[in-house]
Design a protein around this ligand. Structure first.
Ligand SMILES: [Mg+2]
Length: 439
């Protein structure tokens, strides 16, 4: 049954639609369309000049059309007369393969051929800063170990409650909110879902947090490392693979090591083989490498990996198996493009599954204190430049996303690196901070 957006608009009293898409750098772009025009837009799409966004296009290209996915509709909880729609991009009658939502859908199709679906949850950490984004807004939030601090959490009750109420209303099943490990840092968790739904919600969540924070006179940021001496914003992903009906968790095996099936270990095998090469997707900003390559923080830990290792219930490694039937990947940060993040997970996982890759032996050491003793351990790249080089050489990446998507992404990112290089030495860090603050 196709959904008629015109009808939905009159039922839900929607006056405007945001027909939106996310470009390769994760920027959320949109046109605001009155309901009188939505029938036409649903049929023919909303027009954009692709070159004006972070997509590899030319000013001479035809109009790029955003075709809204009616199933993605979210009524803005804080502005219910506006409905948000995620879109796939089309140009000259053809799907735009570099559109991040399409990149993810291509990976999902490959998994569907195996009668499997990936379900994921994301943990999107963020900071609440002063309006100009330069400092933590709550002047009393200065403790060296502020994680889970009840008073600092409750001083931001108005903002957190409004966001959590919104998620409750949208049916996302949020279940906990806390103050995180850095001053000014928070995390809000909602239920896992199929990875396309999670990616759409992830995009919307960032928009929602920023919008609601703004209403309260604050600046929310998901940038990976707002302050060098404080813990950064991770974006941990919890992964499990299910049968097509989402009834059976195929990662669950009571007899498997730590309750994880062979399929689960093959998926981790794919991650162990190529995670370093995928840093360019999971840690896509210059600011990302302040988090990955961090020295210790005020709280005593960075909570971020710097090597490619896996473990049981131990947060000092890149992949953690906290529980039977799932694992957590702690590689990505807040600047990761929500669609490319999920597509990257699937790209790695499919490579592991198809090639029955072994993840090697699990490590149970404290990586932060004992990691340096390991002789042969794969390290994550420490700069964006290195990350892009690894990504360019990765056969797994090309096999997953196609050479064209990989080279377009690298081309645009290299352009950003060139801009960075042009900045005077004293302004480089401020330039990369400004570039990431609204990621
Ligand atoms: Mg966290």
């Amino acid at each position: 049954m196709s959904i008629n957006l015109s009808k939905v608009a009159s039922q839900k009293k929607i006056k405007y639609f945001l027909i939106s898409f996310v470009d390769l750098f994760g920027v959320l772009r949109a046109k605001l369309v009155p309901t009188q025009a939505i029938a036409e837009m649903q049929k023919n799409g909303a027009g954009f000049a692709g070159f004006a966004t972070y997509l590899d296009m030319s000013p001479a290209d035809s109009d790029m059309l955003a075709m809204p996915d009616p199933k993605s509709l979210i009524q803005l909880p804080w502005q219910p007369e506006v409905g948000w729609l995620a879109s796939d991009l089309v140009m000259d009658g053809k799907i735009v393969e570099q559109c991040p939502r399409v990149v993810l859908k291509r990976q999902i199709e490959k998994l569907n051929e195996k009668n499997m679906v990936m379900q994921t949850g994301v943990e999107c950490e963020f900071f609440l800063l002063s309006e100009d984004g330069t400092e933590v807004d709550d002047k009393r939030d200065t403790a060296a170990k502020p994680c889970y601090d009840q008073s600092t959490l409750m001083r931001r009750y108005d903002v957190i409650k409004e966001i959590c109420d919104s998620m409750l209303k949208l049916g996302w099943k949020p279940y906990q909110n806390d103050h995180e490990d850095a001053n000014g840092q928070f995390e809000m968790n909602w239920n896992y879902a199929d990875c396309l739904t999670t990616a759409d919600r992830h995009v919307f969540f960032k928009f929602m947090v920023k919008s609601i924070a703004e209403k309260h006179g604050l600046r929310a940021t998901f940038m990976p490392k707002p302050f060098p001496d404080l813990t950064g914003n991770g974006c941990h992903v919890h992964v499990s693979i299910w049968d097509q009906k989402k009834k059976k968790n195929l990662f669950l095996d009571e007899n498997g090591e730590l309750g994880l099936s062979k399929l689960g270990y093959s998926f981790i095998g794919g991650i162990m083989k190529s995670a370093d090469c995928f840093s360019a997707w999971f840690n896509p900003s210059l600011n990302s490498f302040g988090r990955i390559d961090a020295s210790n923080t005020l709280s005593g830990a960075t909570w971020s990996p710097s090597t490619v290792t896996y473990t049981g219930n131990n947060r000092t490694h890149m992949v953690r198996i906290p529980d039977a039937g799932r694992f957590e990947v702690r590689h990505a940060d807040g600047s990761a493009n929500p669609y490319l993040l999920q597509a990257g997970m699937l790209g790695l996982g499919l490579d592991g599954i198809n090639n029955k890759r072994s993840p090697g032996k699990r490590l149970d050491i404290n990586m932060y204190t004992q990691g340096h003793k390991l002789k042969r351990v794969k390290k994550l790249p420490k700069t964006l430049d290195k990350a892009l080089k690894l990504f360019k050489e990765s056969k797994v990446a090309k096999n997953a996303f196609g050479s064209s998507v990989v080279s377009k992404y690298i081309k645009l990112k290299n352009r950003e690196l060139k801009e960075y290089d042009k900045q005077p030495e004293g302004q480089k860090s401020e330039w990369s901070r400004n570039n990431a603050i609204d990621c």
